[in-house]
Design a protein around this ligand. Structure first.
Ligand code: FE2
Ligand code: FE2
Length: 230
C-alpha cells in the first residue's frame, strides 16, 4: 500500500501526534474483530508525550524497527530454505509450516518498513545465506529464534516504543509478538511430533495483516480473510 499517495501530508509529526490515525492509514489496524480504536487505545498507553527527539529517523525506536526489519527479512529467507529441505526429507506438513511462517515474517518485514518510512527512515537489511541442516535441527534453530523474539526482542522494543509514544511502532511490534508466540508453539508441536507431521498434510492459515499463523481454518483472529498456505 502506497500510503504516501493517500496521505500526502504524512510526516514525522503525524506519527507522533496522530498515532492512532496513522495506524489506520498504514493498514496496521488489527487482526482481532474490533475496530482499530478499540484495539489500539486500551493496549497502547502513552507513557510520555512524543517529541521531535523520539520521532526522528535517528531515534531508538527507528533503530529498533530497522533491526526488526533486518531480522524478519532474514527469517523469511531462512524459512523458505527450511521448507525446501523439509519437502526433500518427506516432511510435507513441516514444509507447509515453514512456508506459512516465511509468509508471516514477510508481513512483519513489510509492516515494519511502512513505519520506518513514515518516520523518515530507510529500511535496511543484510541477508545472510541460510545454514540448512536436517529438518529436526532446523526446527530447533527456528524455535530458538522465535523464542528470543517472543521473550526478549519484541517485549523490549514494545516497551521502548510505548515510552516514546510511537503507537504505529507499538502496533507493528505487537503484531509480530503475537505471531512469533504462535510460531514458537507450532514449531514445538512439530518438533515433538515429527513422525506424524510426515504423514499429515494440513494447510496453514496466515493473517495478511498481522502474520498470525494457525492450523485452524475457522480462526476469526484476523480482520481480513486468512491466506491459505500449503
Ligand atoms: Fe516475524
Ligand atoms: Fe516468526
Amino acid at each position: 500500500m502506497d500510503f504516501t499517495k493517500k496521505v500526502p501530508f504524512f510526516n514525522l509529526k503525524t506519527v507522533a501526534v496522530f498515532g492512532a490515525t496513522a495506524l489506520s492509514i498504514l493498514g496496521l489496524n488489527g487482526c482481532a474483530p474490533q475496530t482499530p480504536v478499540a484495539i489500539v487505545e486500551p493496549s497502547v498507553p502513552v507513557v510520555q508525550p512524543a517529541t521531535q527527539a523520539n520521532t526522528t529517523p535517528e531515534s531508538t525506536t527507528v533503530k529498533n524497527l530497522i533491526s526488526a526489519y533486518n531480522g524478519e527479512s532474514n527469517a523469511h529467507v531462512m524459512y523458505l530454505a527450511f521448507a525446501q529441505k523439509a519437502d526433500g526429507e518427506g516432511y510435507k506438513e513441516v514444509g507447509s509450516l515453514f512456508r506459512a511462517t516465511a509468509r508471516a515474517e514477510a508481513i512483519h518485514r513489510d509492516n515494519h518498513a511502512k513505519v520506518i518510512q513514515a518516520m523518515g527512515g530507510t529500511p535496511k537489511n543484510n541477508i545472510a545465506t541460510p545454514v540448512v541442516n536436517s529438518t529436526a535441527e532446523n526446527l530447533t534453530q527456528a524455535l530458538k529464534g522465535e523464542s528470543y523474539e517472543r521473550d526478549t526482542m519484541y517485549p523490549g522494543f514494545i516497551k521502548e516504543a510505548k515510552q516514546s509514544g510511537n503507537k504505529a511502532a507499538v502496533q507493528t511490534f505487537n503484531y509480530a509478538l503475537e505471531a512469533e508466540t504462535g510460531h514458537a508453539k507450532l514449531y514445538t508441536t512439530a518438533k515433538n511430533n515429527l513422525a506424524s507431521w510426515k504423514q499429515a498434510n494440513r494447510p496453514l492459515y496466515v493473517c495478511p495483516v498481522s502474520g498470525y499463523t494457525t492450523l485452524e481454518a475457522n480462526s476469526k483472529n484476523c480482520l481480513k480473510p486468512f491466506e491459505k498456505v500449503s
